[in-house]
Design a protein around this ligand. Structure first.
Ligand code: AMP
Length: 432
């Protein structure tokens, strides 16, 4: 029986791989204007990094990580033994923890230094229930800015994210930008307690999961898809009414900067995002069409405590990640035409086998001149060579028959305009 790729792990076929490359190049170009440079961190990290960084109680860490053990460690584990923390590894479920770990490990933001502005692109892994727009291996492009807590960093990143979406072709009217502030360590605990107390009062109307959330991480109940829970949480205390003066001022400045830049947004005080590390600004971009319930194409926020959490000095940070596959779905829903992989400037067809060696030499010569060229490798008839040329989208076609070989020149046909010129073989490249 044929073996297929595991569920939720997709092949990136050539057209999609081409778009993924373009997507990353667009990100590097747009984010580069804002001073971001590329970093690449390993796809696997110590499990502890995610446990400490993202938070043990999050869905991502508690349920969705793919962990891996090498030979002897796996045997130990299966035999009921314990494996040292440094040998427990997981495929990264997101990019921030790894980048922050690298910043701390290599001291990329020494005291007094300008902020480190880093971007990354690559696969992430989460053992989620697979559905449209929700995969187990998916691809993200993300940025992290470490070393500055000013609201200009937050506003700049949000503006940059919206510019990126515009540049890849997602129509502005198809997107909604949601923003919120999650407060900081001085105002959030009291807010958490207020939400927990509210949930305790309404415990009889909440689902089992939310009852657990009330104990472990009450704010996660805002994300519950259960209708009864959503109705209860609609009446819950709002973080924006509980922000301390500093967080309130920070949030107000972010909004002012966005207003000044003409970026439209919707304030959503229920936007808490799934990960534990966020403080202050959080944001998410949703699309209305093509994605069903998995409608977030990107999101992020500020994480001023994360660097300290993974063992570094206190370093404020802010970042976002956006999902390549969901952007692709959003673009398809908006009817945007995708580029096609493969190009063919010239197809060289042959009439009989004597033409093959000269055709081989000609395609080589054209390729060396910097054009793409193709010929038949399967002994096709002239008619089916023409069909193949069409399928490849060849811009020009030239046919080498006995007369052409004898004369050392051939007729070059422009497939779009149908114009023809007869020229020596060695001048063909200059006419493409
Ligand atoms: P998150 O780290 O969950 O905030 O994800 C950031 C972005 O990555 C989301 O807005 C999605 O576009 C994308 N994303 C997250 N999880 C998945 C998934 N399982 N499959 C596909 N895309 C995802």
């Amino acid at each position: 029986m044929a073996i297929n790729a595991p569920t939720g792990f997709n092949d990136m076929l050539p057209d999609q791989a081409l778009f993924w490359n373009d997507f990353q190049a667009t990100a590097a170009r747009v984010f580069g204007r804002y001073g971001y440079v590329t970093i690449q961190t390993p796809i696997m990290e110590q499990t502890d990094l995610f446990v400490r960084g993202i938070g043990e109680a999050t869905d991502v860490v508690s349920k969705e990580m793919f962990s891996a053990f090498s030979g002897a460690n796996l045997e130990t584990l299966l035999g009921g033994g314990t494996v040292k923390a440094k040998n427990r590894m997981s495929l990264r479920p997101e990019g921030t923890a790894g980048v922050v770990r690298a910043v701390v490990q290599h001291d990329l933001v020494p005291q007094g230094a300008a902020p480190a502005k880093l971007m990354y692109a690559g696969p992430m892994f989460r053992a989620e229930r697979v559905q449209k727009g929700r995969l187990r291996q998916f691809h993200q492009v993300g940025v992290e800015c470490l070393g500055a807590e000013a609201p200009t960093v937050d506003a700049e990143a949000i503006i940059m994210l919206m510019r990126f979406f515009a540049e890849v072709g997602i129509p502005a009217d198809a997107m909604t930008l949601l923003i919120n502030s999650m407060g900081c360590e001085s105002c959030r605990p009291a807010y958490r307690d207020a939400v927990k107390a509210y949930m305790d009062e309404h415990a009889s109307q909440l689902c089992e999961t939310c009852l657990t959330r009330a104990e472990v991480n009450p704010l996660r109940a805002f994300d519950c898809k259960n209708e009864d829970c959503a109705a209860v949480m609609d009446g819950a205390p709002r973080i924006t009414d509980h922000l301390c003066p500093d967080c309130k001022a920070h949030y107000a400045q972010v909004k002012e900067l966005l207003d000044g830049a003409g970026v439209t947004y919707v304030e959503d005080s229920k936007l808490v995002r799934g990960l534990d590390y966020y403080t202050r600004t959080v944001f998410e971009v949703q699309v209305d069409n093509g994605l069903g319930s998995q409608n977030a194409i990107g999101g992020g926020g500020r994480y001023d405590k994360l660097a300290a959490e993974v063992g570094g000095r206190n370093t404020p940070g802010l970042g976002f990640a956006l999902g390549y596959e969901r952007c692709l779905l959003a673009l398809q829903a908006a009817g945007v035409e995708m580029p096609k992989a493969g190009s063919c400037d010239l197809f060289v067809s042959v009439v009989e086998s004597a033409g093959q060696a000269p055709a081989f030499a000609l395609v080589q010569q054209v390729r060396d001149a910097g054009f793409s060229a193709e010929m038949d490798h399967q002994g096709r008839s002239v008619k089916s060579q023409f069909k193949l040329a069409n399928k490849l989208g060849a811009r020009f076609i030239v046919t080498l028959g006995p007369d052409e070989l004898a004369a050392g020149q051939a007729t070059l046909r422009n497939m779009e305009t149908h114009e023809e010129v007869t020229i020596p073989f060695d001048q063909i490249a200059s006419c493409l």
